[in-house]
Each structure stands twice: as C-alpha cells, then as structure tokens.
Design a protein around this ligand. Structure first.
Ligand SMILES: [Zn+2]
Length: 129
C-alpha cells in the first residue's frame, strides 16, 4: 500500500451546471457543463476551451449494409476539451454570481438529505431546485 494517498479532486459540479472559467483564454466566460468527470477532476463545458481537431476522412463501418461504404468527412472540428475543475467556478442560478458550493445536510423523515447551496453570505440559496 502506498503511504501517500492521492486525494481525488472532489467536485460538486455536475452536468447541466453553469460555470465560469477562471483562467486561460476563456477566462470570465460562462457555459453549461456537458460532462463531469469526477475521477479525472475535470469538466467539459459547452463552447468553452474549444480545441480544433484535424480529422482525416474515414469510412464508417457497417453504417449501411445495403449500399456503398459511407465516408465521414474530414476537416477541422471544434471540440470542447475537458477543463480542470479548479479552473471553473459554479455560477449560482439564484444570484448569478460565481460562487463556491456548500453542502447543507438536513434530515427529512430520518434520512439525511444533502443539498448544494450557494456559499455567498448574502445569498445562501439552494442551487438545485
Ligand atoms: Zn447565490
């Protein structure tokens, strides 16, 4: 067993959240999270951190059993690249400001229910509604 455990980046950011980019060329821009990868500590944000992928034309296998082989056209494709979660901040849907996420635990019928809340002192509203 390794003595040093790597702490996985815990992210409370989920798919569908709106985040603001903190650094890089898209700093200050906002976008919706398309994909959250907690294991990698990364998120993919719509239209942000876009990289150009140069694709070669390639055949699609078994796309059409009947006719001739179809070709996927090549060219330059814009694709959002995953961003480290440390470079994004959730935008609170209530106060519309980038914020840290707090967790509020409340007992409902004997079951603890975790809710994400805005950490802004003057807001503190529930994020998921
Ligand atoms: Zn807020």
């Amino acid at each position: 067993m390794p003595t040093k455990m790597r702490t996985p980046t815990k992210t409370k950011i989920r798919k569908g959240d709106v985040v603001q980019i903190l650094s890089g060329k898209d700093r200050g821009k906002q976008g919706r999270v398309l994909e959250s990868r907690p294991k990698e500590g990364r998120v993919v944000v719509e239209n942000l951190n876009v990289v150009k992928r140069h694709m070669r034309p390639r055949p699609i296998r078994d796309a059409n059993r009947m006719g001739r082989q179809q070709i996927l056209p090549g060219g330059v494709i814009d694709k959002p690249a995953p961003l480290p979660v440390s470079k994004v901040m959730l935008v609170c849907p209530v106060c519309k400001r980038p914020t840290r996420i707090g967790v509020d635990v409340r007992e409902i019928k004997g079951e603890p229910v975790h809710r994400r809340v805005c950490k802004r002192a003057d807001c503190g509203q529930e994020i998921d509604r």
